[in-house]
Design a protein around this ligand. Sequence first.
Ligand code: NAI
Length: 331
Amino acid sequence: MKITFFSSKAYDTHFFTEMNEPFGYELSFLDVHLNQTTASLVQDSEVVCAFVNDKVDETVVRKLRDQGVQLLALRCAGFNNVDLSACHEAGIRVVRVPAYSPYSVAEHTIALILTLNRKTHRAYNRVKEGNFSLNGLMGFDLYQRTVGLLGLGKIGNVTARILKGFGCQVLAYDLVQDDEAHEIGIEYVSLDQLFSESDILSLHCPLTPETHHIINEKTIQQMKKGVMLINTGRGALIDTQAAIEALKSEHIGYLGLDVYEEEGDLFFEDLSSTVIKDDAFMRLLTFPNVLITGHQAFFTQNALQGIAQTTLQNIQDFDQQRALKNEVLIS
Ligand code: NAI
């Protein structure tokens, strides 16, 4: 069975080739994104493996179906970039990697919080230049600060436990409540309370029609002045323009992003010699209290091994007509 990978990088080739040894599939790695133009590059593959910024819309799905693709294996957790109804109609089943290493994303979330707070990125550059001035580097103790988590699933849970170790008060809002969270002292609150009581607000829910732009002009106004907002979930949870306005008025005091709503044309590529035409993104980069990483929260050895292992297992389950435990179904 042949698997065509889209948006693949050297690290995908490395981990999938290594993990594929016991599976023995034929792997074809393409570095282009999957879209309406590139969908025709699938050759003799029953399986297509896609990533977060591959756009699997209705046209792409039809093109894949016409070439005999039967399975879309996502090598990520989120599936907001896939038209599930179109896949269903085309008879293409969709699987994903619901969990690989929640620690990778949770630990990166903490890295963003600590860096924004203690400004280690700025200190590093200063010290390298022999500048030992502390002006502008003052932070605050995380101890006893209130951190609100929007979404308390796998990643939210690990983040909460780490924050508890710092002595933070952890609040959470989720559609479902979990007894274990109560046991470790996480307090479930309403969404309004989460917005109004958090010193730091971190987003860990999926991107859905309900959560699209859940952070907007109105909800930002509910937040404390000077709030720290962290997003390692999906870019479109935040209305970027509203965030820019709130940074300008200093209502948002710190913004840490690993994801960005228009990241598809930017992230995962070296654009250092290119003129970036996204004005909103460039505006974000001008603020001293904004820290952006390029969708790297998942990027640990452990996570990449887990992603490759689960993706190949999903494909083997399909190949051997077993139940697909990681299938994405239309809700
Ligand atoms: P999960 O499925 O374990 O948890 C998501 C939680 O969000 C669930 O508890 C769910 O009930 C809750 N939720 C759903 N809709 C909600 C709503 N409207 N309001 C409040 N809560 C809601 O997922 P996991 O593994 O914790 O991942 C969370 C998100 O993180 C993923 O959907 C993905 O978008 C993102 N992610 C980002 C990565 C990165 O590299 N930056 C890597 C992996 C995931």
